[in-house]
Design a protein around this ligand. Structure first.
Ligand code: PEP
Length: 244
């Protein structure tokens, strides 16, 4: 079965209640788009967003703790995200890996916690510019996939996002051939590990915008996008959803 198409927006540390108007605009124009649409707002907005039921848009967290509860000031657990109405959670975003020194093992533990709570994990991998320049891209992706994707991952509970660190928020994107090479390698690695039926949706992320979305979505094994800056406005994200 072909993976489902997914357009996912990561609002990062942006947005207050006023930004719900963008969600309404997106739902009005693209809620029945025929592809899955996910918005991962800051945690403060998850409940308000998910309460606007029937909009055809899923809501996710941007990170979760590996434990279900406890003395972890400032953290949010997967069951808490689920309780607030989230269906997905991003784990292993490069900003978490860099800002919070998260390891592959910690990312895998978070994904396991997400699955236990009934959430779909969106597991991010991606090379730095130095790693690409050093010819290490495929090795880095293979290592991150092996370490960050837990054995309990299935196509139903896990989405993989390839996000080259140097393309995030920079306006730079890899060439089509570079994206194709990494996505084909990811597909091969996942089939080798999980078997032929493991049709994980593979997203590309990094400076996706309305002007390059269609070209990126035409690349083999690209099943959608994880979008940062261009997901904040329905007028930008809507055309990206439509291009899928
Ligand atoms: C991201 O941070 O996941 C991302 C892809 O950001 P941007 O689209 O802004 O490059």
């Amino acid at each position: 079965m072909a993976p489902r198409k997914l357009a996912a927006g990561n609002w990062k540390m942006n947005g207050t209640l006023a930004a719900l108007a963008e969600l309404d605009a997106l739902a009005r124009d693209h809620g029945e788009a025929g592809v899955d649409v996910l918005i991962c707002p800051p945690a403060t907005l998850i409940h308000a967003m998910s309460s606007r039921a029937g909009q055809g848009i899923a809501v996710g967290g941007q990170d979760c703790h590996a434990k279900d509860s406890g003395a972890h000031t400032g953290d949010i657990s997967a069951p808490q995200l689920r309780d607030a109405g989230a269906s997905h959670v991003i784990v292993g975003h490069s900003e978490r890996r860099t800002d919070h020194a998260e390891t592959d093992g910690e990312v895998a533990a978070k994904a396991i916690a997400a699955h236990k709570a009934g959430l779909v994990s969106v597991i991010c991998v991606g090379e730095t510019e130095a790693e690409r320049d050093g010819g290490q891209t495929l090795d880095v992706i293979a290592r991150q996939l092996a370490g960050s994707v837990p054995d309990c991952a299935t196509a139903a509970n896990t989405v993989i996002a390839y996000e080259p660190v140097w393309a995030i928020g920079t306006g730079r994107t890899p060439t089509g051939d570079q994206i194709a090479e990494v996505h084909a390698a990811m597909r091969d690695a996942l089939v080798r590990r999980f078997g032929d039926g493991a049709d994980f949706a593979l997203l590309y992320g990094g400076s996706v915008k309305p002007s390059n979305a269609a070209e990126i979505f035409a690349i083999p094994h690209v099943d959608g996008a994880l979008v940062g800056g261009a997901s904040l406005k329905a007028s930008d994200f809507g055309p990206i959803v439509a291009a899928l």
